[in-house]
Design a protein around this ligand. Structure first.
Ligand code: GTP
Ligand code: MG
Length: 364
């Protein structure tokens, strides 16, 4: 005997299907209207009709009475029970998996603050895991403590902050490279003023940006105000001459022409110039208002540079400080300074991990 269960939206259509599939000789073993909300029926939103029908290969006659205790029917019920148990187990494990993915309530405000600051989801995940590993999720902590943990976790990505290092004997050479208009020249002027006027060091300036007359004039103006010498580099041999002139300086700051990170020729030219400069501290300048996809492209275009530090400008113009953390993690390079406005020399500061962490978490 073949027993089958049919589910339909009303009795007529369900019976119709029984006849179509099992033939006119099908015997109705049971029929009922089921309300949703129990067992497998949870799957249906509206009440449904269930018909259990049977046929015999030999052909059961029409009109055989409904048999609730038929062997086939009992076996079917058992099968359904097993199926329901399996479904319950699956549903249970899905809920558990969901729970694993859930963000513990006490950490949620920090997760959403990082999202609002546009921290890369991958980086958010790293920070969340870092915090989770340092606390006991079954304990309730003071919110101040959780805030402290997040601040520490985010700051840990800024441990390798490297600014200009002066050395004894020979001048330290700091070179600024990066896309056009990010603030290389302005930043150089800020640092020149800081070291010469505030720290009373001997500072010399060089510019390799001879593409635009305005660029040379811009730096000459700053140099005059600060009373620091400036040399314009037109060809490789000018570098040697300038270094000779600057041999007693504490610091030589070198400005370069901004180049589109897609302009391979210009990047190759830049690379030749950097080689000619010899020992140097290299700073890749990136504006915080660059969109994240372009930042990733910039990092990849400048990957021919070795051992550079990242300098992030225009943090004042930027609304989502997550970009600073994203750059720190994705570049894998030490950060150095951030600049926070157009004012020379005031608007520059050394990267402070805790301060950046506070900015990122401020919207919690
Ligand atoms: N808001 C803001 N503006 C800045 C900052 N730093 C530089 N700028 C401005 O950005 C503009 C470009 O600055 P530059 O220093 O000429 O940029 P650059 O990278 O040397 O440009 P190129 O030499 O053309 O590649 C200027 O108007 C600066 O005043 C900053 O931290 N914040
Ligand atoms: Mg410039």
């Amino acid at each position: 005997m073949k027993v089958k269960r049919f589910i339909g939206q009303n009795m007529e259509s369900t019976l119709q299907r029984v006849r179509e599939e099992m033939g006119r000789n099908a015997v109705i073993l049971n029929q009922r209207r089921i309300r949703p909300g129990s067992g497998l029926m949870k799957l249906f939103k509206k009440p449904v009709y269930e018909i259990v029908a049977a046929t015999d290969e030999m052909g059961l006659g029409e009109g055989i009475p409904i048999k609730d205790t038929d062997d086939g029917y009992v076996a079917l019920e058992e099968k359904l029970d097993r199926l329901k148990a399996t479904m319950d187990t699956i549903a249970n494990s899905i809920t558990l998996a969901d729970k694993d993915r859930e963000i513990p309530e006490m950490l949620a405000p920090y997760h959403s603050a990082m999202e609002k600051s546009e921290v890369d989801p991958e980086v958010i995940h790293m920070v969340m895991e870092g915090v989770k590993n340092k606390i006991n999720l079954n304990t309730t902590y003071d919110q101040e403590y959780i805030y402290y943990r997040f601040k520490q976790e985010i700051s840990s990505y800024f441990k390798r902050v490297e600014t200009i290092k002066l050395s004894d004997g020979k001048p330290a050479v700091a070179v600024f490279v990066g896309p056009t208009g990010v603030g290389k020249t302005t930043t150089l002027a800020k640092l020149a003023a800081h070291y010469s006027v505030i720290m009373k060091k001997k500072v010399g300036v060089m510019t390799c940006d001879t593409y635009r007359i305005a660029a040379v004039e811009q730096l000459k103006t700053y140099s005059e105000i600060m009373d620091v010498p400036i040399r314009v580099i037109y060809q490789k041999s000018d570098i040697e001459e300038a270094m000779q002139q600057y041999k007693d300086m504490d610091l030589v700051l070198v400005d370069t022409a901004g180049s589109s990170y897609r302009d391979k020729m210009k990047l190759m030219e830049l690379n030749k110039m950097l080689k000619a400069l010899g020992d140097q501290q290299l700073f890749l300048v990136i504006s915080a208002s660059t969109n994240y996809r372009n930042v990733m492209e910039i990092l990849s275009s400048y990957s021919f540079l070795k051992n550079y530090k990242v300098l992030i400008t225009k943090v004042d113009e930027n609304v989502s400080n997550g970009i600073i953390l994203n750059i720190a993690v994705k570049s894998g390079k030490p950060l150095s300074y951030i600049t926070t406005g157009q004012s020379v020399p005031d608007d520059i500061e050394k990267v402070d991990g805790e301060r950046i962490a506070s900015l990122i978490l401020s919207d919690r």
